[in-house]
Design a protein around this ligand. Structure first.
Ligand SMILES: *[C@@H]1O[C@H](CO)[C@@H](O)[C@H](O)[C@H]1NC(C)=O
Ligand SMILES: *[C@@H]1O[C@H](CO)[C@@H](O)[C@H](O)[C@H]1NC(C)=O
Ligand SMILES: *[C@@H]1O[C@H](CO)[C@@H](O)[C@H](O)[C@H]1NC(C)=O
Ligand SMILES: *[C@@H]1O[C@H](CO)[C@@H](O)[C@H](O)[C@H]1NC(C)=O
Ligand SMILES: *[C@@H]1O[C@H](CO)[C@@H](O)[C@H](O)[C@H]1NC(C)=O
Ligand SMILES: *[C@@H]1O[C@H](CO)[C@@H](O)[C@H](O)[C@H]1NC(C)=O
Ligand SMILES: *[C@@H]1O[C@H](CO)[C@@H](O)[C@H](O)[C@H]1NC(C)=O
Length: 781
């Protein structure tokens, strides 16, 4: 009782001393109160208390840089939760699949580094809070602002805010702690607390954390200014490790938060306090550095009175950082140069010193080519083109190198130079190193004399970034949608029979959209699709247990085949918004792993997928008919047709959204009656629709698991202005479809030799193909 009496009396003293009723006071009070009860802890100023260190389950943070102790590294897979799931799963099915956690990080116990909690108020969040967010947010994993007396009311600020309904400043810190330990304690290794009147040097905080091992309890902060202070100051910021947070939450020993501030593992926690009026940042960084070496070391700067000081301080620290980094780079270069002399081998070091090594090709297939360019064109940019105009980012890239080169030369010769001409240049992209350039420039100086200079330049790959992508699973259902006319019925049966040979097809629905001509009745006795319907039934029976189905739907259409847009619009009505739709040709031959790639590459609201299939050449233009009939993926048998855009997968609602944007070009088809508005050909294809409206990513890649047989390609006889870009590539597609270029050139040669008839190893082939080929090649070569 006596102690509690003391506690309250001390509180009132503090309250008198500090006007702004900082929530800290309560903490300090409680801290003091308990410190009186538990004096033994405080006998030594820095005591490391090991709370509940359980040695068995210690996981090293994979991202920390320090060397692990031998027992520090014990990977453990926690399967307890999953065993439960398994048992439940087994009740209805025999499969005993190990269901893994959603993310590797869950299984490995990986966490984000740091969560910053800022204690703010309604009045200051819009000024100090925003300034703090701007200068700190990009360094840390998450930042949350805590306010009193706002509830969950929106403040119209683009920052995460947690508001407590009632206004209770005295216990705010406790509410914050319990809020965080309830929601975030498992997700972060460190927790940082600070008030919004302090600038936080985010880079330095992250540096310190990188050098701490999470195997120990960490509790860092700066003591209050008071000479005899025993408690950390919230304005200076406090770093707690997860272990401390956990024991705080468990035992509710909040007082520990405010006692025992220590520097851990040789990391020193420094803070800087702006004086009441005296200190002004100079706009010259060198000057600042001289004046303020103390400021340089600080993790936080407290007592900020103007929001603009956040920006000034940020600029100061950034400039400082640049100066430091440059000094470090030049020091390192010097060291490398000195040690190079002692190298036992004559190694040629890449320029500039310290840049990654140039790729040494192990075989002749891995040589990285130099691309040659002049001021307007790039030569041999790929296998199919000889010259390509230099434009877009490539042009910008080269011009920025030219500009820097001129700047360099101007500094070197201390005179103004003007670019006359970029004569030629070479560039080479090495993925591990960056871009190297060699350029030849003609320049004129002030006396109008022409200088010719060759420049070597290098643009390093600096900080590769991960591009975050939404999470996808391999479990989703794929709806394969195939449109067929009555003369395709046999192909459809073949398609199904190929699939029936597979051992397992999981979670696939195959839907044939059967087109009937108006006038025909599908109820009539000679249903052209009868055979197919039987196969569909037997497929469903066969794969029923693995969740696969096959079915069909009817569309009555005019005599001419409607456009793809019309067909897709009408059949999508049968699918829910979240269905993954894959559209492929009925003659496609695919392996089941292709379906998994569709699942992984199609992301709802994010990405669509258009695979490039392997299309076989004309059978008469292939030498090895054995390998050809097995449809092996070989350059002699066929090619990946990059002009083929008909295989495509997307989510139903993504399609509908994109579709609504182009309704002016292509009318929407809501029912079969609308088909009379169908113009059959449009200046846009389904693929282009997704590309043009860039809200979705489009993934295109070669797909060796789909093979298409050879089929003659029909191109429109004449092109009007309303032909889509893809369709205008039809003739290009046609020329590449026949065979390999050397085979074709032989064919043409022999065609001229023998005139009209040609006997290949495969036997006689008619004039037809040769003539077509010839015509095409004559026309377009
Ligand atoms: C807070 O910082 C983040 C990241 O820098 C930024 O996206 C956001 O707009 C900032 N909020 C405000 C209100 O400035
Ligand atoms: C670059 O090369 C192309 C192709 O040879 C040529 O047409 C063009 O005129 C050249 N550009 C310049 C600036 O020399
Ligand atoms: C290069 O310098 C010129 C002239 O100063 C300028 O117009 C151009 O925008 C610069 N290009 C790049 C890529 O920096
Ligand atoms: C399906 O998506 C479309 C287009 O986004 C939308 O208009 C419709 O309301 C959605 N339907 C359902 C049931 O969510
Ligand atoms: C793409 O979408 C925008 C609206 O987001 C629309 O104005 C534009 O016309 C669309 N593009 C095409 C080619 O329809
Ligand atoms: C396509 O045709 C429509 C008219 O049918 C026209 O409004 C639109 O601009 C055309 N789009 C392109 C990309 O040519
Ligand atoms: C193509 O456009 C022309 C006008 O430029 C129009 O007369 C013709 O009907 C259009 N053809 C198709 C198939 O839409």
């Amino acid at each position: 009782m006596n102690n509690f009496y003391k506690m309250f009396s001390k509180c009132s003293v503090y309250q008198l001393l500090r006007k702004n009723n900082s929530p800290l006071i309560m903490g300090i009070c409680v801290g003091i109160a308990f410190s009186i009860i538990l004096t033994p802890f405080l006998g030594k100023k820095c005591v490391e208390i090991s709370f509940s260190s359980s040695n068995g389950m210690r996981l090293r943070d994979l991202r920390s840089n320090d060397v692990p102790d031998s027992e520090d590294f014990e990977p453990t897979i926690n399967l307890n939760d999953n065993i439960e799931v398994n048992r439940r799963g087994n009740e209805d099915s025999q499969s005993s699949k190990l269901i893994r956690p959603r993310y590797y990080s869950t299984e490995l116990g990986m966490k984000d580094k740091i969560l910053v909690s800022v204690i703010s108020t309604k009045e200051t969040i819009g000024t100090y809070g925003v300034a703090l967010n701007k200068t700190l947010n990009h360094y840390v994993d998450k930042i949350i602002f805590f306010l009193d007396g706002t509830g969950s009311k929106k403040l119209g600020l683009n920052i995460p805010i947690v508001g407590f309904k009632e206004y209770k400043p005295h216990i705010k810190i406790f509410r914050i702690l319990s809020y965080i330990s309830e929601i975030y304690i498992e997700d972060y290794n460190y927790f940082f607390f600070v008030t919004d009147h302090s600038y936080v040097n985010g880079k330095k905080v992250m540096d310190i954390i990188e050098h701490l091992s999470i195997s120990q309890d960490i509790h860092m902060g700066a003591l209050q200014n008071d000479l005899n202070a025993l408690y950390c100051d919230l304005d200076s910021g406090i770093i707690l490790s997860q272990s401390i947070m956990k024991s705080l939450a468990k035992e509710l020993l909040w007082y520990r938060l405010f006692s025992l501030c220590c520097d851990f593992q040789n990391q020193v926690y420094k803070t800087y306090s702006l004086q009441n009026n005296g200190w002004e940042l100079s706009s010259y960084p060198e000057h600042n550095a001289l004046v303020n070496s103390e400021l340089e070391e600080a993790l936080t700067v407290k007592n900020i009175r103007k929001t603009v000081d956040f920006n000034k301080l940020h600029m100061f620290f950034l400039q400082n950082y640049i100066i430091q980094t440059r000094t470090r780079i030049s020091n390192l270069r010097q060291v490398i140069e000195e040690t190079m002399k002692y190298s036992p081998l004559e190694i040629s070091y890449p320029w500039p010193i310290g840049s990654p090594n140039i790729h040494t090709p192990p075989t002749r297939h891995d040589v990285i080519y130099w691309e040659t360019f002049n001021a307007t064109h790039i030569f041999m940019p790929n296998d199919l083109e000889n010259v390509k105009p230099l434009s877009g980012v490539e042009h910008f890239d080269i011009m920025s190198v030219v500009n820097s080169s001129i700047k360099h030369l101007e500094e070197k010769y201390s005179e103004k130079l003007r670019l006359e001409n970029l004569n030629y240049g070479h560039k080479r992209f090495d993925p591990t190193r960056g871009m190297d350039y060699l350029i030849s420039l003609s320049l004129t100086n002030e006396k109008r004399r022409i200088l010719n200079k060759k420049i070597e330049a290098y643009r390093g790959v600096t900080q590769p970034e991960f591009i975050p992508m939404p999470y996808v699973t391999e479990n989703g259902r794929v709806n394969i949608l195939i449109f067929i006319q009555s003369n395709d019925a046999t192909k459809a049966i073949d398609f199904m029979q190929r699939l029936q040979k597979e051992k397992k097809i999981e979670e696939v629905t195959i839907t044939f959209c059967l087109l009937f001509n108006a006038g025909d009745s599908y109820l009539s006795r000679d249903d052209p699709y009868k055979g197919l319907k039987d196969v569909l039934k037997s497929f469903t029976k066969q794969f029923y247990n693995s969740g696969s189905r096959a079915n069909y739907l009817h569309l009555t259409v005019p005599n001419e085949k409607p456009s793809n847009f019309a067909l897709i619009d009408l059949s999508l009505k049968k699918f829910s918004n979240d269905s993954l739709i894959l559209i492929i040709d009925v003659s496609s031959i695919f392996q089941p792993d292709f379906i998994n790639r569709v699942r992984m590459n199609t992301i709802r609201g994010w990405q669509i997928f258009s695979p490039i299939p392997f299309i076989l050449y004309h059978p008469d233009l292939v030498e090895d008919s054995k390998s050809y009939s097995k449809k092996e993926i070989k350059t002699k048998n066929g090619h990946f047709d990059k002009y083929y855009f008909d295989a495509i997968s997307f989510y139903a609602d993504d399609y509908m959204k994109a579709r609504q944007l182009i309704w002016r070009n292509v009318p929407l088809f809501r029912s079969e009656k609308n088909l009379k508005n169908d113009r059959k050909s449009y200046n846009i294809t389904v693929y282009e629709m997704f590309v043009q409206n860039a809200s979705l990513h489009v993934l295109r890649g070669v797909e060796p698991s789909i093979v298409l047989p050879y089929e003659p390609i029909q191109c429109p006889a004449e092109y009007t202005s309303n032909v889509s870009e893809v369709d205008s590539l039809c003739e290009k597609r046609q020329i590449y479809s026949f065979g390999q270029r050397n085979v074709l050139s032989n064919l043409i040669y022999e065609y001229y030799q023998k005139e009209k008839t040609y006997v290949s190893k495969n036997g006689y082939i008619g004039n037809n193909i040769a003539v077509t080929t010839l015509e095409c090649i004559d026309k377009f070569a």
